[in-house]
Design a binder for this molecule. Sequence first.
Ligand SMILES: *Cc1c(COP(=O)(O)O)cnc(C)c1O
Length: 189
Amino acid sequence: MRKVIEANPDVVVIIDEAYADFNEYTALPLVDEYENVVVVQTFSKSRSMAGMRIGYALGNEKLIKAMNDVRYSFNSYPMTRISVALGAAALEDEEYFRETTARIIETRERTKRELTRLGFSFGDSMTNFIFATHGRVPATLIFEQLRERHIFVRHFSNPRIENYLRISIGTDREMEIFLGALEEIIGSY
Ligand SMILES: *Cc1c(COP(=O)(O)O)cnc(C)c1O
């Protein structure tokens, strides 16, 4: 990131941290180090408030002022008073936030172990989803057989990722059902 930021001093570099709350790392300190960095975060993922359309940008005063100056003319997603009130309430409930993100992280780590056991490989996800491929069974086959069982993961037929599945982390019970189905599908192939 430093390389990109330093190579583009005349450009604003935006770092999208939609998933930052699901791990320990944040690029936020870079905002103080560089004048051309903006970090954006959202309430849509870790705060489970996707419908509220709450997001925010963190950057130096000059950049934020420039954004504020134009936002009533160009912002296609202005916040409603209800979303402002609910967003503020969410920020006050730090305990609930910590509890839910910790639970998702725990379920994610357990799911990773189970997927490895079933023969999947994947990048070491620090988000609320896992992008995985199986060593032997094609992704499309797994996708279709899961769908028959009314379990929905995502599959993209683009080159390089066509043999991968994007698996969102659900509740413990949902993941248990999902992993049981996977075990069956892979065992019978
Ligand atoms: C979800 C997401 C966002 C932000 O979504 P909003 O609901 O518009 O706040 C931004 N970037 C990535 C990569 C995301 O997954």
